[in-house]
Design a protein around this ligand. Structure first.
Ligand SMILES: [Zn+2]
Length: 266
């Protein structure tokens, strides 16, 4: 087992989240998603190719059905494709279990059309679960999820949970799905995407923060998993893919570090 594993993950949302944006699905908002598909994703794929590292791409069915070309290259380049909803609807926004189930099933069908097989992994849009998500993932045969935050650098068992407002919180029984935790601290979106109310981030400070997190894990956690989440429409803007390349080189330069697709690591 590697002393440290890096899982590079790309949430290829393209236009899908803009259909639910607080300020609307305007053509300009949608153009940010088009940038991700037309420019950001190819730049990211070029970067991964140059460094010869595998990645896991979480692709909403809406992206697969709207922008088939970059999605086909993702498969051709040997990356893993995992589920990220069809419509990129935040799970707790569904009115019923049936509505959420239908969107997940539609997303599975889009991925089957792209790769020829059903996805093993799921990442929820907006890193949110509804009261039904865990049971739906179990019912639909997912093997792993990458949406939770109960650990920092170690996978854990996904469980049904009960969180009443008038009683103690209970961790339920494992459902047979491995959770590979994410972190808002290692996500380019909150750090680097303009959302109408945030000042421009110091890019160098953000990448330094990510490097220091890797170094901390490397020093303190044997067998740690460093999950990095990027969005083609955010990380694909100049000069960020170059800075991500430096982070990849930094991690790859240490002994005992492997880069793995999430499914292979699970
Ligand atoms: Zn997303």
């Amino acid at each position: 087992m590697a002393h440290a594993t890096v899982c590079l993950t790309a949430d290829f949302d393209a236009v899908s989240p803009w259909l639910h944006a607080f300020d609307g699905d305007s053509p300009v908002n949608c153009s940010r998603g088009r940038f991700g598909a037309d420019v950001g994703a190819p730049r990211l794929l070029d970067l991964f190719e140059r460094h010869d590292v595998p990645a896991t791409w979480f692709i909403p069915g809406h992206t697969i059905d709207s922008f088939p070309e970059p999605c086909e290259r993702i498969v051709d380049d040997g990356h893993e494709v995992a589920h990220h909803g069809w419509s990129h609807t935040r799970p707790s926004d569904y009115e019923s279990r049936e509505d959420e189930r239908a969107d997940i099933v539609r997303g599975i069908e889009s991925i089957e059309g792209l790769t020829g097989s059903a996805p093993e992994g799921y990442r929820s849009p907006s890193w949110d679960f509804s009261a039904h998500t865990v049971s739906l993932l179990s019912e639909l045969g997912f093997e792993w999820s990458s949406s939770g935050m109960a650990r920092e650098f170690e996978p854990y068992e996904l469980t049904e949970e009960v969180a009443p407002h008038d009683g103690p919180y209970e961790v339920g029984d494992p459902v047979g799905i491995t959770e590979v935790p994410v972190s808002w601290q290692r996500d380019d979106y909150p750090a680097l995407a303009f959302s109408g109310n945030r000042a421009f981030s110091d890019e160098a400070a953000v990448f330094d923060h990510w490097r220091r997190q890797f170094d901390w894990m490397y020093e303190h956690v044997d067998g740690g998993i460093y999950v990095m989440t990027v969005h083609p429409q955010v990380i694909g803007r100049a000069p960020r893919t170059g800075m991500l390349g430096e982070l990849i080189e930094h991690a790859a330069g240490k002994p005992g570090v492997e880069f793995a697709r999430v499914g292979d690591m699970v």
